[in-house]
Write a protein that binds this ligand. Structure first.
Ligand code: PLP
Length: 360
């Protein structure tokens, strides 16, 4: 068996221990004589899996009792519609535009009401997080929306916006569980699992209980109401059962390895290795303003299309996969989620040094 260093932005690298455990349990999950994939979601064995996953996530993050945890489907993109359908009671909300995913959520919200651009970093191709200390938030807005870590551009909110008392909703798809989270600062957090948590097909939503009501926009389909999922323990219909099982294993892996504070330390150290090299090199260059840099997604350029193509090709041959930047921005991007070992980043930097020496 040989494993590459996989720098994909998502679906992305998972802990080897988790994959190994899943492999060991593939044909016979704990004496049930079947795979979790073949199991009724109404069975006792599966109820234990989903209950443990939720309990472990609550413990890991420290989710207060007045927040519900939901395991949904439809990807993070489905939340772009579910959020306004469920929460735009005044049909007005504020959006901070820090990249493609925020823009998509903004465009979706416009279908249902008045979505207001509160701030944007489009002027410098989303290479920074705009000042959010005094936003034009009005009283009639139902919520303020951010994309906390911008997967494509490699920026992260290190300070949350001043929402002037309004509920904050955050798309945390690409930074969820990379560091401790103070859930009380948010009305809702959501994350597609395939970046930092598990396989594609699961979206985790953490929602303050008082927001989950039947008072939703009138045309909201049953499947898109948070309340129906909350009332049914994420089992109104068949949940993404196998994906939740893998997420549960990742939660246990994070708990076993010291929790989110320890994880943040590892992630900071890991990202620093790459950023320090980018800052010292006059060949490779990071594209993000230092104060807005993500710990999870690190975009960089050489500034020469042919050399960048050569770098990506030679990196692949050397076992460093998926370093090509997003199709809309070009260049390179190394996604270094929780499951990317520090050794992987060290090896990448050594490879970059060698490439620099050979091609400068
Ligand atoms: C990947 C991503 C999405 C889209 O996720 P899907 O599960 O493909 O819908 C949304 N937001 C962020 C921040 C992402 O990284």
């Amino acid at each position: 068996m040989s494993r590459v260093y996989n720098f994909s932005a998502g679906p992305a690298v998972l802990p080897v221990e988790v994959l190994q455990e899943a492999a060991d349990e593939m044909l016979d999950y704990k004496g049930t004589g079947m795979s979790v994939m073949e199991m009724s979601h109404r069975s006792k064995a599966y109820q234990t899996i989903i209950d443990e996953a939720e309990a472990d996530l609550r413990k890991l993050v420290g989710i207060p009792d007045n927040y519900k945890v939901l395991f949904l489907q439809g990807g993070a993109s489905m939340q772009f519609a579910m959020v306004p359908m469920n929460f735009m009671k005044n049909r007005k909300a504020g959006y901070i535009l820090t990249g493609q995913w925020a823009k998509k959520a903004f465009a979706e919200a416009k279908i249902y009401g008045e979505a207001v651009e509160l701030a944007s970093s489009a002027d410098k191709t989303f290479s920074y997080i705009p000042d959010c200390s005094d936003l034009p938030i009005t009283d009639d807005m139902d919520y303020v929306y951010i994309c906390e870590n911008n997967t494509i551009y490699g920026t992260k909110f290190w300070q949350l916006p001043d929402t002037k008392g309004k509920d904050l909703i955050a798309d945390m798809s690409s930074c969820f569980l990379s560091e401790p989270i103070d859930v009380t600062k948010y009305a809702m957090i959501f994350a597609g699992a395939q970046k930092n948590v598990g396989p594609a097909g699961v979206t985790i939503c953490i929602i303050r209980e008082d927001l989950i009501t039947d008072d939703v926009l009138p045309f909201t389909p049953t499947m898109l109401k948070y309340k129906i999922h909350a009332d049914n323990g994420s089992m109104y219909n068949t949940p993404p059962a196998y994906g939740i099982y893998i997420c549960g294993k990742v939660f246990k892996w994070l708990l076993k390895t010291g929790g989110l504070e320890a994880r943040e330390k590892i992630n900071r150290n890991k990202a620093k290795i790459l950023y320090d090299y980018l800052d010292s090199s006059d060949f490779f260059k990071g594209t993000v303003e230092p104060s807005s840099r993500s710990l999870m997604n690190v975009p960089f350029i050489i500034g020469d299309d042919a050399l960048e193509a050569k770098f990506i090709k030679e990196a692949k041959e050397a076992g460093f996969e998926n370093l090509k930047g997003h199709r809309t921005v070009g260049g390179m991007r190394a996604s270094i989620y929780n499951a990317m070992p520090t050794d992987g980043v060290k090896a990448l930097v050594e490879f970059m040094k060698k490439f620099e020496a050979e091609n400068k």
